[in-house]
Ligand binder design. Structure first.
Ligand code: NDP
Length: 510
């Protein structure tokens, strides 16, 4: 192999409106998963940098410049922020693809549109939001004027995963900023670049310095320092259930608010009347988008026995035509896995599927992409005859591995669908909408797709049941997560002799 020494682009953290090196001066390398080579060096923060970022966020919050700005003013900045993203779309897309292995087809046709739409819609929701509500007059306990106010929480921390760096950051940023909070985001160490760019563009759009800071570095130190920092009021996390539990434990020490968007093992039920010309590509889109590295992927397909063999065969045939390769190539449908570690984990699960007796009908190996020999590619893999108790049916693989199982009727399909610790999403393929809605009601998950998958809207909430987490992101519902409720009571009883309740403590006043 020919070794070349190319000077890698270097990035600082983003604190108080500017890029800044780590106190320690240390940096870490970011790897391009398509070729396994370093593509950037980024400041490696430690607890001192986290403290700097959080204090900057707190100062910005206390100044009131953003936290007390009128909703219309905040909305204007969010709209300008959206414009800046559009103006820099190509650069942002490149950073996202380079570090996360997302395909250019996905980033340019979905991610960028989604984050811009979310910012614009959130700006609108923030203008319409009910920040203060007057309660009706009640005779009991005494006449008074009562209001319920919604106030920003304060300093929020966002910790995001590597699979959708831009979208996951925006799901936290948009509602946090719209409601007047400050936020410090710690992106995954594999994918910090696009989040840094967002912070730069937000300031360019007019967001006051310090309202949005980014710290970069290892979750185990930087992430924990952020979660436990006494000036952080709320934590919003997307990632593994294991780390989610750890964050909840740490947050408990400071009694901090937490929202968690964790793992999934989402079931797709295929009923005998399904339109298979739609369902087959739909199921494959549901599981193989971003090489299966999506928390709400439809990784378990439960097929009615009447159409089982037909579905298995058609899934395998169609999946084998998915084009793997350089994510920057517009013809490519599936890019690499994020890292060598994740690659090994996925291959381990494939091995376990074979060992436990599932029938491998497609893929099953690491793939070689000519010209990208160091890249982490895995073939789209499908196992049929999966038993729901198998590891590949119960554990989140986070790779391109589909488990297909058979059900004798819709009741058994629903039972299997719910036989999981997760509850992030689910779906059903059927021409009978009544039947589909029945399934939708019975699956215990936060999002259900009927005859489709991965469809997010800026006005619909997203979040999990069970061990997939709690709290909701996206849309109006997310705004509540970034506010505190305050009750303000103003008495209308002005004469002390009429305040008989004082006599509970002061009997001689009765
Ligand atoms: P993690 O849950 O480990 O990482 C997610 C984020 O949390 C990253 O920013 C990470 O930082 C940070 N982090 C890690 N440890 C801590 C900690 N102790 N305190 C605070 N923050 C922390 O996900 P992985 O990237 O390691 O992926 C592992 C598995 O998690 C995957 O195989 C998949 O099953 C699941 N996963 C689920 C996702 C989802 O969307 N639900 C997304 C990604 C993964 P750093 O990057 O520096 O480690």
């Amino acid at each position: 192999m020919v070794m070349t020494t190319v000077k890698l682009p270097e990035y600082g953290m983003f604190i108080d409106g500017e890029y800044t090196p780590a106190e320690s001066g240390e940096m870490f390398e970011v790897i391009n998963p398509a070729n396994g080579q370093p593509c950037a060096r980024v400041a490696k923060s430690d607890a001192r940098d986290v403290d700097r970022a959080v204090r900057s966020a707190r100062r910005a919050f206390e100044s009131g410049e953003w936290s007390r700005a009128k909703p219309d003013e905040r909305a204007k900045v969010l709209m300008r922020f959206a414009d800046e993203i559009v103006a820099h779309a190509q650069e942002i897309a490149f950073l996202e693809i380079l570090t996360s292995g997302a395909t250019v087809r996905r980033v340019s046709n979905a991610d960028l549109l989604l984050i811009v739409d979310l910012l614009q819609q959130t700006a609108k929701f923030a203008q319409e939001y009910e920040y203060a509500k007057t309660l009706p007059m009640r005779p009991f306990p005494q006449p008074s004027h009562n209001q319920v106010w919604r106030e920003p929480v304060g300093v929020c921390a966002g910790i995001t995963a590597w699979n959708y760096p831009l979208i996951l950051a925006m799901w936290k940023l948009a509602p946090a900023l719209a409601m007047g909070n400050s936020i410090v985001i710690k992106p995954a160490s594999n994918t910090p670049l696009s989040t840094l760019k967002l912070a730069e563009l937000a300031v360019k759009a007019g967001l006051p310095k310090g309202v949005f800071n980014v710290v970069t570095g290892p979750g185990s130190s930087v992430g924990e320092a952020l979660v436990t920092h006494p000036e952080v009021d709320k934590i919003a996390f997307t990632g593994s259930t294991e780390v989610g539990k750890r964050i909840m434990q740490l947050a408990a020490q400071g009694v901090k608010r937490v929202t968690l968007e964790l793992g999934g093992k989402s079931p797709a039920i295929v009923l005998p009347d399904a339109d298979l010309d739609l369902a087959i590509p739909g199921i494959l889109f549901g599981v193989f988008l971003h090489s299966g590295q999506v928390c709400e992927c439809g990784t378990r397909v439960i097929v009615h026995e009447a159409i089982y063999e037909d579905v298995v065969q058609r899934l395998a045939e169609t999946a084998s035509r998915i084009r793997l390769g350089n994510p920057l190539d517009e013809k490519v449908g599936m890019g690499p896995i994020i890292s060598e570690t994740q690659l090994k984990t996925i291959l381990g699960y494939i091995e376990s599927g074979k060992q436990e007796g599932a029938r491998l009908v497609c893929g099953g190996s690491r793939a070689n992409v000519p010209g990208l020999e160091g890249g982490y590619f895995v073939e789209p893999t499908i196992f049929a005859d999966v038993d729901n108790r198998m590891k590949i049916a119960q554990e989140e693989i986070f790779g391109p591995v589909l488990a297909v199982m058979k059900a004798k009727d819709v009741d058994e399909a629903i039972r299997l669908a719910n036989d999981t610790v997760y509850g992030l999403a689910g779906g059903v393929w059927s021409r009978d909408l009544n039947q589909a809605y029945r399934v939708a009601r019975e699956i215990r998950a936060g999002t259900i797709w009927v005859n489709d998958w991965h469809m997010f809207r800026s006005d619909a909430p997203f979040g999990g049941y069970k061990m997939s987490g709690f709290g909701r992101e996206i849309g109006r519902y997310a705004l509540d997560e970034y506010t505190q409720l305050k009750h303000v009571h103003a008495s209308l009883v002005h004469e002390v002799e009429n305040r008989h309740w004082y006599s509970i403590v002061l009997p001689d006043r009765a």
